[in-house]
Design a binder for this molecule. Sequence first.
Ligand code: ZN
Length: 396
Amino acid sequence: MKINIERLKSSLINLGKIGYEEGKGITRSAFTPEYEEAKAFVKKLMEEAGLDVYQDPVGNLFGRLDGKDKNKSILLGSHIDSVPNGGMFDGNLGVLAGIECIRTLKENNYAPKHSIEVVAFIGEEGTEVGGTFGSRVFSGEFKAEKGDLDYLKTVGITEEDLLKAKRNPETLKCYLELHIEQGNILNTENFSIGVVQGIVGIAQYNAKVRGKANHAGTTPMNLRDDALVKASRVILKINEIVNKFGSPMVGTVGYIKAYPGAVNVIPGVVEFTIELRDMDRKRVLDAMEMIMESCNNLDLEVESLGFEWEVNLDEGMQKLIEESCMDLNYSYKYMVSGAGHDANPLSKITPSGMIFIPSKDGISHSPDEWSDWADVEKGANVLLNTVLKVDGGFDI
Ligand SMILES: [Zn+2]
């Protein structure tokens, strides 16, 4: 059984027109008119596919095909919101491929044992209440603070809605998400499919290096305590240490500010951020310790901004995705995701699997985001094949 790529392609192109501006890509944040328009488009596709369509109280949209056993659903999906000036594949692919899989099953008169549901989660890319909003609420992972509730009220969501939108995990068989890689690994190494083992954890810190601000003209080089020169050494050290730890660890200094920040003053204080990502929290903490040790003569202070720990996806699901690739004769690679996804909260409540396809030149969150149609087709076929395996009673 194979999906219809022409139909999937046309859905992706049409959804990609909503919130699109020439040269600027797609801007379609949750709770905006563009988002509502996209949701209406997906709802119509779900209806055309003959699914029962419903929306939960926070705005997650579902289309459901009943199986013989209505008690447990195989859930397929992703998100249809975008970052500002984003691309047409991020998120949309997982939702539309889910609908395409069900259409294919129906055309082939396949009567599923389990119900199959497609979901478009709301607010994956982040709103005032953080990323993966809809999937966190659905999974019971969203803990609302006072400020969150105030914001949610402005978009018509109450505390009671949050509780009502939480799904009983017993009603789920598994979750499967097809997504673009948003990195350059499959593209450079020439693999069609990524079997995702997990989503890296993220540790973020605020860092400060102190020196002595002074006159840039009257202070000779040997009498300076230049905070920015010291911060530069720290940044190089971070790069060196993260490289030493090796893949999949990545480390980034993405923000820096020098004080007082004048052309003729030696910087007295420099503030910057440090972000480390890896699949193993111990390695992250070890790397941070090594950074602190190797910089102990550079007046470095760091303060943790918090951790989001790594997520290991279900091994049974990984196996089934791998078997699907083998059945279809597609090249594949086991890999981790450097970005967060809806599969992250979902993995807390049900066996979850993710399938990646290559992103051209590794570009995403950009109008230049692109995946070849041949890869889109392969990804959707792997999704379909994996659904058939799960539904057919393969162990997960
Ligand atoms: Zn995404």
